[in-house]
Write a protein that binds this ligand. Structure first.
Ligand code: NIG
Ligand code: FE
Length: 406
């Protein structure tokens, strides 16, 4: 127990899925004491020591889990790509639409035109939707600006969303998302711009917590990504990678070689890539919303990842092109149904392993000393969280010990 005179909040009459041990780390008939935004005590109510608390609440038998963490989103954007979805349903491929100037570039044009206030107003409901289903921490990537001012604008909007919502927002620079038209004939010149000008400015303004890139034939080669990652590492920022989504581009091994926090997507990751990730301790972030929306056929190598002991996170990938899904709960159910993760892996993937994919060791489980980021649910068992689709079951979200939603 954290030593203190009196607790801020004592929760009783609840079951906990701590996600800190096998079988969801369940503690039944439990109590949780919160002090200074941290979990100060938890365990069976019968073992509760005499505790003074400013506020005491009975949760009426409800379940408590770590607050959910969406560790991969692109939720700051302008414009609409539902027309591209119609084209893809008629048979055009994502790559063909991208090569014809649509895809990511379509969102870049709209995002460049939008003011910071317009981007903020469009993104806030997406943050609130994630909070309303129990999400306490959200990662947001740039990558729809692709010039210095527009990338900085996106990251600033993401920071502002954190200040306004009470959610923890982790920002990621994804300037290496696709080559902007100004550099169509000189992609390496764009990589130079990222390394020499944008990254130092982002670091000086403390605007990003990590650096991401898209390694794919329609985006950046392994050697271009390696340059961006080397510079990010030099400047002290951790890296993560959109890897092996549409083809085996050697992305998983590349990310592992740089000690990446995570490699994300991974549908086409090779056996060698999986082994490298296991050695490097990189998290596999699985994004079933993109798999579903693109009508992909090849699932990520979940059995190999599991067998090699690679931690698996699950995220929404909320974006207007490949994953119009602003819901981590839906991503959890899709990961179970489409990728055959167990419901327990899905919940770990949206809590404990998602925290790890963001390099955050102060959350993701319910344990003494961790942040009091807790989701309180109207459910009969935590496996239901990867079972119901589009069904609100959140009773309350606490972040830092304070009610954030509903
Ligand atoms: O995670 N793969 C690249 N990036 C996004 C898609 C972005 C877009 O199409 O707008 C993804 O799927
Ligand atoms: Fe993505």
């Amino acid at each position: 127990m954290i030593p203190c005179d009196a607790m801020d909040l004592l929760l009783t009459n609840l079951s906990i899925a701590t996600m800190a041990g096998p079988d969801y780390g369940v503690v039944d008939d439990a109590a949780i004491a919160i002090e200074g935004g941290r979990i100060a005590w938890l365990g069976p109510l019968a073992d509760l020591p005499g505790i003074e608390a400013t506020e005491r609440r009975s949760l009426g038998g409800r379940w408590v889990t770590p607050a959910l963490i969406d560790c991969h989103t692109h939720l700051v954007f302008a414009g609409d790509r539902s027309g591209e979805f119609e084209r893809r349903l008629r048979g055009e491929s994502y790559e063909d639409i991208a090569r014809a100037g649509g895809g990511i570039m379509s969102t870049v044009r709209a995002t460049r035109r939008a003011s910071a206030d317009e981007l903020y107003a469009a993104a806030l409901p997406r943050v609130l939707a994630l909070q309303a289903e129990g999400t306490g921490t959200i990662e947001i990537k740039s990558g729809y600006g692709l010039d210095i001012d527009s990338e900085l604008k996106m990251l600033s909007v993401a920071r502002r969303l954190g200040e306004a919502s009470g959610a923890t927002i982790r920002t990621t620079l994804l300037a290496a998302h696709t080559v902007p038209p100004e550099f169509a004939d000189d992609p390496d010149g764009y990589v130079d711009l990222i390394c020499d000008e944008l990254l130092p400015e982002v670091v000086a303004g403390r605007l990003a917590d990590a650096v991401d890139a898209y390694c794919e034939s329609i985006a950046f080669s392994t050697s271009q990504v390696a340059r961006v990652f080397a510079r990010a590492t030099e400047l002290g920022l951790p890296v993560k990678l959109h890897a092996d989504q549409l083809s085996d581009s050697g992305g998983a091994a590349l990310a592992a070689g740089f000690g990446a926090l995570s490699a994300d997507h991974l549908e086409y990751a090779s056996a060698d890539g999986v082994r490298s990730m296991a050695r490097a301790g990189a998290v596999a972030v699985l994004l079933p919303g993109a798999f579903l929306t693109l009508g992909e056929k090849q699932v990520p190598p979940v059995d190999s990842l599991r067998g090699a002991g690679v931690p698996m996170a699950v995220a929404s990938d909320c974006n207007p092109g490949t994953s119009p899904i602003c819901s981590i709960r839906n991503a959890m159910m899709l990961a179970a149904r489409l990728f055959r993760l167990t419901p327990e892996e899905c919940l770990a993937g949206a809590t404990r392993e998602a925290a790890r994919a963001l390099g955050l060791d102060d959350r993701g489980t319910v344990e003494v000393g961790k942040r009091a980021d807790l989701a309180i649910w109207e459910i009969g068992h935590p496996r239901e969280l990867a079972y119901w689709l589009g069904t609100p079951q959140l009773a309350e979200l606490l972040t830092d010990g304070h009610t954030t939603a509903p």
